[in-house]
Design a protein around this ligand. Structure first.
Ligand code: UT7
Length: 328
């Protein structure tokens, strides 16, 4: 059975920055509060007219180039997002056209865990022999659903995209993936209106119900409870322990969550990839963006064991244990 190896990673971030000083002008907050409670200093915001598929296609094109793969050789495109360009067609179809791909394409919504869920889908397709080369993109334009009058959420989120190309390989790549979901926590992080449960009306629009709502405290507690367990489970599935992890690449939601998770796993700070300070929480994009930072910094070595871990709305959570195989 072939393994699924990550043969490239890339990311794309918008130019525009929304700093803590900017947010001080919008809501009753302070740079000191935001930095100390979240670790965030600034976020990137998509340019007017740029949709999720635009960010996705730009990250995807770089990943394709770095992989040395021709568009015609991609067998499947999965875009993990919870801020699609529109209800349909899928953001994946729109990004597929922008990248000149010709393969099947679909969206996957597991919110901030979407990238890990998509890695699981891609790995299963490659291991089963149904596909040889798959592109997975995590992309979100959270600024399109953030209420910039709500200080408890608007300080967290930013826009961005990250992409990987997976390919069938004789060398072990994705070693194991462990996923979870608990739909009883759906109301802890959600967008009340705009779906079939509550189509947009003048009333719910005026009430701000088309914006993201979050019970931050409960999501925080869920994350620090669920993530260490699912990471250990995924490691155990590969016969590994936390001692084997070279890099913990967590979803970048809050530096305090990352620190608590790393501490509970017994993984030293130097082995944790932190990218939240200058990009905030980019949802499904945050893990591949962090992975790309590691790659571009030259810190990623062939043979390194990565624990990619995510959590988010759903509630969803998951961990993927990956052996990095690229030599440069
Ligand atoms: O991608 C996954 C999704 N999201 C997450 O992972 C988010 C998880 N949760 C969090 O990151 C944190 O819960 C937050 C950053 C959202 C909030 O931090 P917290 O330490 O849990 O604060 P809190 O909600 O307990 O609020 C403490 C105080 C409150 O004031 P009182 O009631 O103590 O007087 C809030 O009203 O801080 C106040 N507060 C703020 N103050 C200044 C809340 N937001 C702000 C703000 N600036 N932006």
């Amino acid at each position: 059975m072939p393994s699924a190896a990550l043969i490239s990673v890339a990311s794309w971030l918008p130019e525009a920055r929304l700093t803590n000083a900017d947010l001080e002008q919008l809501v009753d907050t302070s740079d000191e509060w935001i930095r100390s409670r979240t670790g965030i200093a600034e976020r990137r915001i998509a340019a007017p007219g740029d949709a999720t598929s635009d960010l996705a296609a730009r990250a995807g094109a770089i990943a394709l180039d770095r992989a040395g793969v021709q568009p015609a050789d991609v067998d499947l495109l999965i875009v993990a997002t919870s801020t699609p360009d529109m209800v349909f067609p899928s953001t994946a179809c729109l990004a597929q056209a922008k990248m000149g791909l010709t393969c099947p394409a679909y969206d996957l919504n597991a919110a901030c865990t979407g990238f890990i869920y998509a890695i699981e889908m891609a790995t299963a397709m490659i291991e089963s022999g149904r596909a040889r080369t798959i592109m997975v993109i995590g992309a979100d334009v959270l600024s399109s659903i953030v209420d910039y009058t709500d200080r408890s959420t608007c300080i967290l989120f930013g826009d961005g995209a990250g992409a990987v190309v997976l390919q069938a390989s004789e060398e072990p790549g994705v070693l194991s993936v462990h996923l979870g979901a608990d739909g009883t926590g759906a109301d802890l992080l959600y967008v009340p209106a705009g779906g079939s449960a509550a189509p947009v009306t003048p009333e719910n629009l005026a009430a701000g119900d088309t914006y993201l709502k979050m019970n931050g405290n409960e999501v925080f507690k869920f994350a620090v409870r669920a993530i260490p367990g699912v990471t250990k489970q995924a490691l155990a599935d590969s016969g590994l322990t936390t001692d084997d992890v070279d890099w913990l690449v967590p979803h970048q939601a809050n530096q305090r969550i990352t620190d608590t998770v790393a501490q509970r796993l017994g993984i030293a700070h130097e082995r944790v990839v932190c990218r939240i300070e200058d990009i905030g929480n980019t949802s499904a994009a945050s893990i591949p963006i962090a992975l790309d930072s590691l790659y571009r910094d030259g810190r990623l070595r062939a043979g390194n064991i990565l624990a990619l871990v995510g959590f988010g709305a759903g509630l969803t959570y998951g961990a993927a244990i990956v052996r990095w195989t690229r030599e440069d």
